[in-house]
Write a new protein. Structure first.
Length: 652
């Protein structure tokens, strides 16, 4: 009997030791007994936007104790809401049933996938965690009243909120994402403005001179309401030609004419669309003032003037901070100092109309909490376009022969046309909805603008999969995108050398804040010491690529491109190492939206002002017509965001 008891005790002790050893191990056998997990810390990685996201997860036998983001190559400001929110919510709710965060979908999926892997290693039940809903529940209804309500927390919304507050209004800004920024945060930071001080260092090249002189041949009768502007511009050009022509010529009138002609497009049905002259004038003549306004709040711009893809003229400015982070940072700080109340994860649902006037907005928090915000003076819609709404794109498209639902977008996933839908519900007029701009040079997989290496538009060289150029790289974006779509699988490469790529260094980052080493490792960028080696990496015949680049360099010497008519060139492609960035078109900017007047007041279908309703940014239509010049969007959102905020605050 005693021997039997001793055996039982020994067996129990051995079982306990084995259980303790299993709990402390890093193996992947299932948890046993009443334990949900094998206690320990596990590490896993999963794909995000730009390479793997590595996480570590610590478990006790009964719960997830901690989730840490160990390493990543995501764009910091875009990924920040995921990295700060997901670890907390997973632990708090002991759940994997989390919705992806708007604007950071791939990052969200990467973190969740990596955490799932850790759960498997710990012997946990993934399906049970996915079925367990978050603890978030709807709260008590929120009701507030202020002077101005702004819907949308991107650049246009923040500019409007700041401007309204500057003009003495109490302001609430709502943003449906977990963080501010919208598409402004994802933009490259390019901003067009006629700036005599910065542009005085830009040389007037012969190709640019030819472009300028060609304007003298335009007929006023062909430009409609822009005819008076053309007359003024011709006088400016003739005066310029009498003096020093070594320095770049530019003027607001040239910016206006290029914006107008760059936007004039014909739909598949034969209809022609042009921008509204008075709105184009406001954009061109106020873009530099808006830069100075931003500088007054602390945003710094470099002194370098370039030509962003599709801008058509060297007037593109860039901030010192990567992508659109600087715009959002300074405007958030400015609006906060001016006591603007910011409510994130709050989606505008419906405009409130009383006695024919828009007096507020009904909204909803991410947990379902109803929000009613009343506006004594006005509501500003700044919700962006509908680039991330494939069905809406397909419904309105009258420009592209095909607009597949599967086409990726450079946009935030929040760009679903919310403001357009709300405006339409109160009889707002929509203009230009059928015209959608594709960004020719987007990441082939994610559709993002980031993830590559290139310089100013004049220095870019596009080659297809066999190493041949196929387009004038200085063309408008729709021309470039159309040409790219005609290449095999819609794929092409931007070829740069060490100089035209911006002198990238190992361990450094590109202008988007992406790690150069990671871009090369993930084949978002290819690098080689010679063009022959680069061609082999791309599956091209080396002789073809070498001959094509040699021919292109000879065109630079001659200042003439007989193949495709490129008129403005950067440096030759000749200094190794050499780089190739694979690119494909994706949806970039929806040209149409709410019709506004010069005070950013929204107009109804009968052409009358909708009292109390204002709009700014990509949610509007009528400025850029059928095709937007590269670099004009950020100027648009700041210029008209300021106007919308002031108009709402002053009841214009």
């Amino acid at each position: 009997m005693k021997k039997h008891r001793l055996k039982v005790i020994i067996c129990l002790m051995l079982s306990m030791v084995m259980l303790l050893m299993a709990g402390c191990s890093g193996g992947n056998t299932p948890a046993s007994g009443n334990a949900l997990y094998k206690a320990g810390t596990y590490t896993a990685a999963a794909a995000g936007n730009f390479g793997d996201i590595t996480v570590s997860v610590s478990f006790s036998e009964t719960e997830i104790l901690e989730v840490k983001i160990v390493s990543h190559n995501e764009t910091e400001d875009i990924a920040k809401p995921v990295f700060s929110k997901f670890p907390e919510e997973i632990v708090k709710g002991q759940t994997l049933a989390l919705d992806t965060i708007s604007g950071a979908t791939n990052t969200s999926k990467g973190v969740l996938k990596a955490v799932e892997d850790c759960v498997i290693q710990a012997g946990g039940d993934i399906e049970a965690l996915k079925a367990k809903k978050s603890l978030n529940t709807a709260g008590e209804p929120i009701n507030k009243t202020v002077d101005v309500v702004v819907i949308g927390g991107g650049g246009a919304g923040l500019a409007a909120a700041t401007s309204a507050a500057e003009n003495g209004a109490s302001v609430i800004l709502i943003e449906k994402a977990a963080a501010l920024g919208g598409n402004t945060l994802r933009a490259g930071g390019a901003y067009n403005a006629v700036d005599p001080e910065r542009q005085k260092s830009v040389e007037m090249t012969q190709p640019l001179m030819e472009d300028l002189k060609s304007i003298l041949d335009l007929k006023e009768s062909d430009l409609g309401d822009m005819a008076p502007t053309l007359t003024v511009l011709k006088g400016q050009i003739n005066e310029y030609l009498k003096g020093d022509t070594s320095v770049l010529f530019d003027s607001p009138e040239l910016h206006m004419i290029q914006t107008y002609l760059g936007g004039k497009r014909e739909g598949l049905d034969g209809s022609v669309i042009t921008g509204k002259a008075s709105l184009i004038e406001i954009l061109a003549k106020n873009s530099l003032k808006a830069i100075e306004w931003l500088e007054g709040y602390g945003l710094k711009f470099t002194d370098n003037i370039s030509t962003v893809l599709g801008a058509l003229w060297p007037r593109t400015h860039g901030p010192t901070e990567p992508i659109g982070t600087g715009y959002i940072r300074v405007l958030k700080e400015a609006s906060t100092k001016l006591n603007v109340e910011i409510m994130t994860e709050t989606k505008g649902m419906e405009l409130i109309v009383e006695s024919g006037r828009v007096t507020g907005v009904k909204a909803e928090k991410h947990d379902g909490t109803p929000v009613t915000l009343m506006a004594n003076k006005g509501v500003v819609i700044a919700t962006g376009g509908f680039g991330a709404n494939p069905e809406m794109r397909a419904e309105y498209n009258v420009y592209w022969p095909d607009m597949p639902l599967s086409m990726p977008t450079t946009n935030s996933s929040d760009s679903t046309g919310d403001g357009i839908i709300m405006g339409k519900a109160v009889d707002a007029n929509l203009v230009g909805m059928g015209f959608i701009q594709l960004m020719p040079s987007s990441h082939p997989e994610s559709g993002a603008l980031s993830g590559g290496l290139w310089g100013s538009a004049e220095s870019q060289v596009f080659v297809n999969s066999v190493g041949k150029r196929f387009v004038n790289e200085y063309s408008g974006r729709d021309v470039l995108a159309s040409a790219a779509l005609n290449q095999k699988e819609g794929l092409f490469y931007i070829i740069c050398d060490q100089v035209t790529a911006g002198n990238p260094q190992p361990g450094g980052k590109n202008g988007w804040g992406d790690s150069i080493d990671n871009l090369i490792e993930t084949k978002s960028v290819y690098k080689a010491d010679t063009l022959e080696e680069l061609a082999l990496q791309l599956g091209m015949a080396p002789a073809v690529l070498v001959e094509e680049i040699s021919k292109y360099n000879s065109y630079i010497d001659k200042g003439n491109d007989p193949d495709f008519g490129k008129k403005n060139f950067g440096p030759k492609i000749e200094v190794g190492p050499f780089y190739a960035t694979p690119r494909s078109p994706s949806v970039h900017h929806t040209m149409g939206g709410l019709e506004i007047d010069e005070s950013a007041r929204v107009l109804s279908t009968d052409g009358k002002v909708i009292s109390g309703l204002y709009a700014a940014g990509e949610v509007t239509g009528g400025i850029h017509a059928g095709n937007r010049l590269g670099g004009n969007a950020l100027a648009d959102i700041i210029v008209f965001g300021r106007i919308a905020g002031e108009s709402a605050a002053l009841g214009k």
